[in-house]
Design a protein around this ligand. Structure first.
Ligand SMILES: [Zn+2]
Length: 233
């Protein structure tokens, strides 16, 4: 096998290896992300805090309403108990009783609103808990899938690396170094086939003399346009 053919085979292995390495990196990256779970957990935390806040407001208002109700019944007792005879005092008392009753009505409306808000918050929490459980289950299934993929990919990586070192051991060291340098500078492709006088990497046609040197296979010829090593046929 000529050096250029060996290098071309090596490149096929290297490109396979690049693909495997890329997929390993992708799987590892995906395993590190718990982003969607984190967002749901955050929303759930906020919804629970909101419910707590509503419940606190409700409890405070209820205490206030209870003392207002006591005040109201105390005023009614005074009004209808017959102890207050002075018309001006009675009028003031009536006015105050009406005020307290009005406040109580408003507080009852507000308490009802808060109860409805608490119910909404509870529903939201239940929905988020469900979403979290579903996402968690889906994530666990995906994780298992990714671990399985990683295992297969790592096996494939090992096999490719073994083949690569066997192949590389038989290649001229200087050519191998040149090949590796070109792989780095040419986006992974150091060797290009020549088909019908065209370099298959850059699609430029090669001068006849150049083509003859490629075909003779006695030395490694570089494409005069893209600089890659050329493989005849
Ligand atoms: Zn070229």
């Amino acid at each position: 096998m000529t050096t250029i053919k060996q290098l071309y085979s090596l490149q096929e292995l290297d490109l396979d290896l690049d693909g495997v390495n890329r997929r390993i990196a992708e799987a590892e990256r995906e395993l590190e992300t718990r982003l969607s779970l984190g967002l749901i957990e955050e929303s759930l935390e906020q919804a629970r805090a909101r419910l707590q806040e509503i419940q606190n407001t409700h409890r405070d208002l209820q205490l206030e309403t209870e003392s207002q109700r006591e005040r109201s019944s105390h005023l009614d007792t005074q009004l209808y108990g017959g102890d207050v005879a002075n018309p001006r005092d009675l009028e003031a008392l009536q006015l105050e009783a009406a005020n307290v009753r009005h406040q109580l009505e408003q507080q009852d409306v507000r308490l009802l609103e808060l109860s409805l808000q608490a119910e909404d918050a509870r529903n939201r929490i239940a929905a988020l808990e469900q979403e979290l459980a579903d996402t968690q289950a889906a994530w666990e299934a995906r994780q298992a899938e990714l671990w399985e993929q990683l295992e297969e990919l790592t096996d494939r990586q090992e096999a490719l690396m073994k083949d690569r070192s066997t192949l590389a051991a038989g290649v001229d060291t200087i050519e191998l170094t040149r090949y590796e340098g070109l792989r780095k500078s040419k986006g992974g492709q150091a060797v290009a086939r020549v088909v019908r006088g065209l370099c298959q990497a850059c699609r430029m046609s090669l001068p006849t003399q150049h083509l003859q040197r490629v075909r003779s296979g006695r030395q490694t010829v570089l494409c005069n346009s893209c600089g890659r090593m050329l493989l005849p046929g």
